[in-house]
Design a protein around this ligand. Structure first.
Ligand code: ATP
Length: 315
C-alpha cells in the first residue's frame, strides 16, 4: 500500500514514434501520490500519446513506467487494476441509461455487484446525476456525458486516475462540478494525471508539465512557472485590442503580446521604462481609450512565454 508522498507515477526515458513522427521524446516524470498533475501543450505536443502509454493501452518504444509501483510495460494487465483511464472519447453506450452504463463498466472491471451499487450511488450523488439515472446516455448534455464517463472510470476505485482532456467542450458550471469531484478524489488519496487545453484548469493543478514537440520543456507548480516567466507583464485595456496589439508588437523591449478578451497582455523587458513608450505607441495609432497597468501573469502568459511561441524583439 502506497504511503503519503510516495511516488504514484514514475516515468523514465519514455519515447514513442509513429513512423517518422517522434511523438514523445525521452521524457522523465515523477508524480507524488495525491497530486493533480497537469499535462499542457499545443495540439500534437504528445499529451494523448503519453496518457495512452501510462494507461497501458499503447506500448512505448523505449522507457519505463511505474504506476503505483507496478511496471506498466511488463505487466500491463496488473497495472490496469491500479489505474483508470478516461480517453478523450469515452465509450458510453448511448442506448443504455446512466445506471446501465455504470453497471456495465462495473462488471467489466470485475467490481462485485453489491459494491457496484453502493459505489455508483455515491458517485452519482457527488456528480449531481442521481435524478437522471434512468435517462439514456444518448440524451445527456456534453457536461453530463463527461461526468458519466468519469463515474464509469471510477467504478473500480483506482489508485491513479488518467484523464485525457476530460472537460473539453463542457460548460463552465459543469467543469466546476467536475473539479469538485476531482478534489474529493484527491482527498481520498487518488493521484490524478490529466491533460487540458483550459488554462484555468491548468492553474488548479498541483504541478504542470509544459509539453512541446514531444518533450517536457518545463515542469513545476503553476506559481513557480509564473515566477520563471522572463520579463514583466502589462495589461492594456481598450475597446480595440487587436489594434493595440498591432501598435505594440515589435516595439523595442516588447517580448510578446497576447490577446486576452478585451485586453492585450504585453510582456516587456522593463515595465517602468516601457509604459510611457507604449502609451505613445498606441496614441500614435489613434487609439485614445487604452489604459496600461502592470498585470499578474496567468498561466496562459507563462505558457506562451516559456514555450517560445513569440519572437523576442530586442531594443
Ligand atoms: N496513432 C497514430 N499514428 C500516427 N501518428 C500519431 C498517432 N497518434 C499520434 N500521432 C502523432 O503524434 C504526435 C503527438 O500526438 P498526440 O495526440 O499525442 O498529441 P496531443 O498533445 O495529445 O494533441 P491534441 O491536443 O491535438 O490531442 C502528433 O504529431 C500526432 O499526429
Amino acid at each position: 500500500m502506497a504511503e503519503v508522498n510516495e511516488i504514484a507515477v514514475r516515468v523514465h526515458g519514455l519515447s514513442k514514434s509513429f513512423g517518422a513522427v517522434r511523438a514523445v521524446r525521452d521524457i522523465d516524470l515523477a508524480v507524488a501520490q495525491g497530486e493533480i498533475f497537469g499535462l499542457v501543450g499545443p495540439d500534437g505536443a504528445g499529451k494523448t500519446t503519453i496518457m495512452r502509454m501510462l494507461a497501458a493501452v499503447l506500448r512505448p518504444d523505449a522507457g519505463e513506467i511505474l504506476v503505483d509501483g507496478v511496471d506498466v510495460v511488463a505487466e500491463a494487465e496488473r497495472a490496469k487494476l491500479h489505474l483508470s483511464y478516461m480517453p478523450q472519447r469515452f465509450g458510453l453506450y448511448e442506448d443504455l441509461t446512466i445506471a446501465e452504463n455504470i453497471f456495465f463498466y462495473g462488471a467489466l472491471f470485475g467490481v462485485p455487484r453489491g459494491e457496484r451499487i453502493a459505489r455508483s450511488q455515491e458517485l452519482l450523488e457527488a456528480a449531481g446525476l442521481l435524478p437522471f439515472r434512468h435517462r439514456l446516455a444518448g440524451q445527456l448534455s456534453g457536461g453530463m456525458k463527461q461526468k458519466l464517463g468519469l463515474i464509469c472510470a471510477l467504478i473500480h476505485t483506482p489508485r491513479v486516475l488518467l484523464l485525457d482532456e476530460p472537460t473539453t467542450g463542457v460548460d463552465p458550471v459543469s467543469r466546476r462540478d467536475f473539479w469538485a469531484i476531482l478534489y474529493n478524489l484527491r482527498e481520498g488519496g487518488v493521484t490524478i494525471v490529466l491533460s487540458t487545453a483550459y488554462m484555468d484548469e491548468a492553474e488548479r493543478c498541483s504541478r504542470l508539465a509544459l509539453l512541446h514537440g514531444g518533450e517536457i520543456r518545463h515542469c513545476d507548480t503553476p506559481q513557480h512557472l509564473k515566477e520563471a516567466m522572463p520579463g514583466a507583464l502589462l495589461a492594456i485595456a481598450s475597446a480595440h485590442p487587436r489594434d493595440v496589439r498591432g501598435a505594440v508588437s515589435g516595439k523595442p523591449g516588447v517580448l510578446g503580446a497576447l490577446l486576452m478578451g478585451d485586453r492585450v497582455h504585453v510582456r516587456v523587458d522593463d515595465a517602468g521604462r516601457r509604459i510611457p513608450e507604449l502609451r505613445a505607441a498606441v496614441a500614435d495609432q489613434g487609439i485614445a481609450d487604452a489604459v496600461i497597468t502592470p498585470a499578474e501573469p496567468g498561466i496562459e502568459d507563462v505558457f506562451v512565454a516559456l514555450l517560445g511561441e513569440e519572437k523576442p524583439h530586442e531594443p
